[in-house]
Structure formats: structure tokens, C-alpha cells
Design a protein around this ligand. Structure first.
Ligand SMILES: [Zn+2]
Length: 387
């Protein structure tokens, strides 16, 4: 991981480079940012930069012996502390799974606590940093540094650390060995031991900026249009893990959208029919009935997704009606539909629309007959368009 591989967060990169250039590297840093913002990749890039013994520009040189070892994250002066999963009652420390950890990061440096836990333990046991890790931290830091000026210890998710271990880490941070840098990477600063928090220099991360995340998404998903990549970047609030999930779900979303459009179109046609258009009204009613039958068959999970999706789209259209385009998070296809649909979602009916979708969802959860629930929902929509 180099600075150039970290998506966005340019100001933070600059600040970290500055620290190195001025020889003012704090002995304990806390990278504090939400999931998917890239704080761990940044810690890895910074550790590489600190340890690089070659010609450093805006990034580590990539050629020196230190950089070569960093390619495999197997530098003797780079230490990791991270949550692990206990199997039975036997003792476990990070070094027992460090090989798996390195491979995991090298495959994909942007991941969540859940992703890592699942990799460790498919039965999804909680991972944490156990008391025994305290001895390990002390042992590792008492080692002489091999080849770099600095030893770097990256602590991923100190909020998952056992209290005993936290207290021992605190002691070391209070009286740090020379030329040792701690980089604590937290997603929940409030859960970090207060005394550790107050003794670290804080670097606050926000979500990844929209432009950088959009570009990254287009590189990762070559089929994605720029408009959709941008929509996912914004919708995810700069969380790349969420943005990826949205891109992967976009197939389902396009189905949700066409199902939603069909329901709204039918309901609207019936609500606004005039005597001359009797046939159209009949056709619309028949289609709504077919729609309900189809919706009844898609399975409970997809039905629930449809309800959540529809409520989001109604909310987005209401916001559009409020003329607040900067608050809108829509894909290209959604925008195209909404640009015509939004005038019909207004202060008079928005709440009732949300309520009806919510109610339908609850009925589905209570095992009501799907055809009835969806047809009933369509009829309610007719009334709401009539208002
Ligand atoms: Zn180097």
C-alpha cells in the first residue's frame, strides 16, 4: 500500500508527509474515521513511508529493502495488533494468524470488521483483542529494530481490545520506547479507552470525497457509467464498502425500479382517468392485478427489498419536489423516471405513501397473502394519487 493507492483523503496524506519531512512523527497517532473511509490503508501507506530508506518524494520509493519487504507486509519492524477469534479455550494472539491477516489485506485492503471476522471464523464468532496480546505487544516492542529507524505498530480497532490489554498498551504509550510509532485505527473512538484516546494525536477521517470514490468505482467496475458511479459514491456517504455493495446490487435495483414504476403508472392512470379513457383504465387495473400476482411470487427477501427500495424512491422524489437537488441520491435510470414522477409526491401524500409501503411490509412479515397485500397496496396508491 502506497499513498497513491489510498483513495482520496489527500489532505491527510499531505499532513502525514509533512510530519515526516519535519521530523515530527508523533509516537502515538489515532486514525479516527468511519468504516470504509480508508484509514487502515492510510496507516499501511504511512508505515511504509516512515520506514522507507530510499529517496522519498510524495510517496515511498518502492525500491529500498524496506519497501520490498512492505510489498508482502512482512517487514520485521512492522507489527500488527488486530481482533482475532478464539477457538475453544486455547490462547490466541495475533501472530498465530498473522499470515492469514497479511494475505487478507494484500488481497483487498478495504474491508470491514465483519469481512475479517468472517474470514477468520465462518460461523461468525466475535473477534477481539484478548488480554494475552498485552505480553506480545511488550515483547515485540522490546525487540531491537532491524533495519529501519522506526518500529511501527499498527493497532486495528483498539475499541475491540480487552481492558487489561488496553491498560498495558496505555502504559507503553505513556512511556514509549524510542523511535516507536503507534498507529491506532479506530471506527468508534468513543469506545477506545479514554486515557489512550487523550494520549494520542488524532487524525480525523471523513468518508472518501465523491470525486475520488467515483473514479475508484469506475476502475473497479468497468461496466459502471460515470453517473451511476457518482450516485453510489454519494449514496454511500464515502464508504467504499457500501458503494461496492450498491454497485453489486444494481441489478436488483433495476428490477425494483421497474416494479415500482409499473405500480405507480397503473395507480396514476386509474386515479386520473377520464370518461373517454375507459379502456385505459380497465387495462391498468388488469395490469395491477398481474403485477400483484408477480410480486407475490418473488420471495420474502426480495419483497422486503422492494419495500425498502420504494420508500427510498418516494423520499427521493419528495426531496426533488422540494427543489433540493444537492440532497438527491439517484442512479441514472432513477433520475430519468423521477424527473417526471416527482410532481406527484408532495406534502399532502408523502407520509401516507410511506405508511402504506410500511404497512404492506409488515403484513408480508406476518405471512399475509402476498397477492392481496400487493393488490391492496396498489389500490391505496390510487387513492393517494386522487388527493
Ligand atoms: Zn523505499
Amino acid at each position: 500500500m502506497y499513498f497513491r493507492d489510498v483513495i482520496g483523503q489527500e489532505e491527510i496524506k499531505e499532513r502525514l508527509r509533512q510530519m515526516v519531512a519535519e521530523g515530527r512523527i508523533p509516537h502515538a497517532l489515532l486514525f479516527d474515521g468511519p468504516e470504509g473511509c480508508g484509514s487502515l490503508p492510510m496507516a499501511l501507506a504511512f508505515a511504509r513511508y516512515i520506514c522507507c530508506t530510499g529517496e522519498k518524494g510524495t510517496d515511498a520509493c518502492g525500491k529500498c529493502p524496506s519497501c520490498v519487504k512492505f510489498n508482502k507486509l512482512a517487514h520485521p519492524d512492522l507489527h500488527f495488533v488486530f481482533p482475532v477469534v478464539k477457538k475453544g479455550s486455547s490462547k490466541i494472539v495475533c501472530d498465530d494468524v498473522v499470515k492469514q491477516w497479511r494475505e487478507f489485506i494484500l488481497r483487498q485492503p478495504y474491508f470491514s470488521y465483519n469481512d475479517w471476522t468472517l474470514d477468520l471464523s465462518p460461523d461468525n464468532k466475535q473477534a477481539m483483542i484478548y488480554a494475552d496480546e498485552g505480553d506480545e505487544i511488550i515483547r515485540k516492542l522490546s525487540l531491537k529494530s532491524y533495519e529501519s529507524d522506526y518500529k511501527v505498530m499498527v493497532v486495528w480497532l483498539p475499541e475491540k481490545m480487552n481492558a487489561n490489554c488496553s491498560n498495558r498498551l496505555l502504559k507503553i504509550i505513556e512511556e514509549p520506547p524510542a523511535k516507536t510509532v503507534f498507529i491506532l485505527v479506530t471506527e468508534n473512538a468513543e469506545a477506545v479507552l479514554g486515557t489512550i484516546y487523550s494520549r494520542t494525536q488524532h487524525i480525523h477521517f471523513h468518508g472518501i470525497d465523491t470525486n475520488s470514490l467515483t473514479q475508484a468505482m469506475m476502475r473497479e467496475f468497468p461496466m459502471l457509467s460515470e453517473a451511476d458511479a457518482r450516485a453510489y459514491a454519494r449514496l454511500s456517504k464515502g464508504n467504499i464498502l457500501r458503494a461496492r455493495e450498491l454497485a453489486r446490487n444494481s441489478d436488483e435495483d433495476s428490477q425494483n425500479l421497474s416494479q415500482f414504476i409499473r405500480c405507480m403508472r397503473g395507480a396514476y392512470t386509474i386515479a386520473n382517468f377520464s370518461a373517454q379513457k375507459k379502456v385505459e383504465k380497465q387495462d391498468a387495473l388488469i395490469d395491477l392485478k398481474t403485477w400483484s400476482e408477480e410480486m407475490a411470487k418473488i420471495g420474502r427477501e426480495r419483497q422486503k427489498q422492494f419495500f425498502a427500495y420504494s420508500q427510498r424512491l418516494i423520499r427521493e422524489n419528495f426531496i426533488m419536489n422540494m427543489q433540493q437537488p444537492e440532497l438527491n441520491y439517484l442512479s441514472t435510470a432513477e433520475s430519468a423516471f423521477s424527473s417526471k414522477f416527482f410532481p406527484f409526491i408532495n406534502t399532502r401524500n408523502v407520509e401516507s405513501f410511506m405508511k402504506e409501503f410500511d404497512l404492506a411490509e409488515r403484513h408480508i412479515e406476518q405471512n399475509a397473502n402476498g397477492r392481496m397485500v400487493f393488490f391492496d397496496l396498489a389500490l391505496k396508491c390510487i387513492l393517494l394519487f386522487k388527493r
